[in-house]
Ligand binder design. Structure first.
Ligand SMILES: [Zn+2]
Length: 530
């Protein structure tokens, strides 16, 4: 079915200034102040504003987008990243670029266009019919009526129509260097054939090539954006220059590819007098979104309610490229949608109610949506409490609740034993073994109607019952329990194997299991790339 450009409820962008869901309030406010000062110093006029919006809210494609208006006259440039979910450099670069101080004009930025694809590391839109699954073939075609295919392309095209950009940049990646392998468009700038597009394209090529020594790895200018792509639609239907910028994933770390995208965009924006290097250098650097360049990308919650030695042990144990990479994420980043870049999230030990309060209801909903779309959740001790269904602040992503409100059972070693199900998730560990315990949850079924029953992966075989906590309820209760939450897997670990000598591999084993839901998506289905 073809969507026309008639506005509908489902694809109308929602305008919300400084929305806490899509952008941390504090960062937005500080940023606006800094931009205003730069504006006053240099040009003495209207303050800059950053407006946070959401595309297709309430759908699996929901994604934040931003209008960064310098308050000064100048061109509007539209920048899109993350159209193909297995091309992360464009998404990370766009996320960085939207924070750049502007001296003129306006940026309209959609950093993560294909949220489900990014979560699955898949080029295409997961679960969409083949002929509509490549988002970058769904835009209005050359010489055809201005029609898009699918609701996501319709919504992105509506943003373009609404803001009438003078330039459109779509940030992509190819699998190989175009000069060495003509089957890939890696390390190219793809531009239309007109003089203005060629000149601007060459400007970006020259800027990025200044940092590349090997002649065979240098960028080249090629023609022209493929029909159905956003860049081509900009040329054909908006009558403005549209470019597809392509870095190369092969043998190049993500940080290098992100920097190459930034260099190209900076060259064009500098040429348009929208940024000046002095202001870029003087601006406080926005924290770059550093996504691990690994098969399984893990986000570890760090913030109020996270504590103990667990997090540092997890960082050391799970930083194993090329298989697993792990980075810490803040409560504001969780609430701002950062999880769409990851396969697995871990909430460590500490205080569950503090973790829940820090990420807020917006963050809790982000975590639920992340798991619902196929992300993996691992909660350790506090993180296990957080996942349960029994508290007003809990995530309710596993059908378990604590048996007693009294939780100070004590800290020390207890005996644990894998169940038969647990033996298929974890490496074989026969009989009972000792694990460090620190007031973790003792649970029973919660009986929530729309959640599947949990499966016990390991049992407690001894107990601690200090501080007048009830005795007898811990022995033979679940120590590790797991369940599905819509498309994703949840594993709750009451004790602390990550801080028990000899058991440090149990959490990595659980990571592999919750991430295996992504197995069908880890390889691109086709080998072309643009
Ligand atoms: Zn692409």
């Amino acid at each position: 079915m073809r969507n026309t450009l008639l506005p509908t409820n489902s694809n109308a962008p929602v305008n919300r200034r400084h929305s806490p869901r899509c952008q941390p309030r504090r960062r937005a406010a500080n940023h606006t102040v800094a931009l205003a000062l730069i504006g006053l110093l240099s040009l003495g006029a209207t303050a800059a504003t950053v407006t946070t919006n959401e595309l297709l809210p309430g759908t699996p494609y929901a994604t934040p987008w931003f209008i960064h208006d310098s308050g000064q006259p100048g061109p509007t440039v539209m920048i899109v990243g993350g159209v193909h979910g297995n091309e992360p450099a464009g998404a990370a670069a766009a996320e960085s670029i939207r924070h750049w101080p502007l001296s003129a004009g306006k940026l309209v930025v959609i950093p993560r266009a294909n949220v489900p694809g990014l979560a699955a590391n898949a080029r295409r839109l997961p679960g969409v019919a083949t002929n509509q699954a490549d988002l970058n073939r769904n835009y209005p075609r050359a010489g055809q009526p201005e029609e898009t295919r699918g609701e996501l392309a319709a919504a992105i095209w509506q943003v373009a129509r609404q803001h009438q950009p003078a330039w459109v940049l779509d940030l992509h990646e190819g699998f190989d260097f175009h000069q060495l392998n003509s089957k890939s468009v890696g390390s190219t700038v793809i531009a239309a054939r007109d003089d203005r597009s060629r000149a601007a394209g060459q400007l970006m090529v020259d800027a990025v090539n200044a940092g590349i020594a090997d002649p065979q790895l240098k960028f080249t200018l090629v023609h022209q954006p493929i029909d159905g792509s956003l860049a081509r639609a900009a040329v054909e239907h908006l009558n403005v220059p549209g470019f597809t910028l392509e870095t190369t994933t092969k043998n190049q770390p993500l940080a290098k590819r992100v920097a190459q995208h930034e260099t190209m965009v900076r060259a064009l924006l500098g040429h348009l007098n929208m940024v000046d290097d002095a202001a870029l250098v003087a601006a406080p650097p926005a924290r770059p979104l550093v996504i691990p360049d690994t098969k399984i990308r893990i986000a570890l919650y760090r913030g109020p309610g996270a504590g103990g030695t667990g997090p540092s042990n997890l960082l050391a144990r799970l930083n194993r490229p090329p298989e697993t990479g792990i980075v810490e994420v803040s409560p504001a980043e969780v609430a701002g949608g950062v999880l769409t870049n990851f396969n697995v999230v871990i909430f460590p030990g500490g205080s569950a109610s503090k973790q829940a309060g820090a990420i807020g209801e917006a963050g809790r909903e982000e975590v639920r949506q992340f798991v619902a779309r196929g992300g993996g959740y691992i909660g350790i001790c506090a993180g296990a409490y957080l996942a349960t269904a029994g508290y007003p602040w809990s995530l309710k992503i596993i059908n378990a609740k604590t048996i007693s409100p009294l939780w100070r059972r004590g800290v020390g070693p207890v005996q644990m034993e894998l169940s038969e199900s647990g033996s298929s998730v974890f490496a074989a560990r026969d009989g009972q073994f000792s694990v460090r315990y620190a007031n973790g949850p003792i649970v029973e079924p919660a009986g929530v109607a729309d959640l599947p029953a949990y499966t016990t992966l390991a049992w407690f075989r001894s107990e601690l019952a200090l501080n007048d906590t009830p005795a007898g309820i811990m022995v033979n209760s679940p120590a590790i329990f797991a369940g599905d939450y819509q498309g994703g897997r949840v594993v709750c670990v009451s004790p602390h194997p990550e801080s028990t000598a000899g058991l440090e591999d149990m959490i990595p084993e659980a990571v592999n299991w919750v991430a295996s839901r992504h197995a069908p998506f880890t390889k691109p289905t086709i080998k072309t790339a643009e």
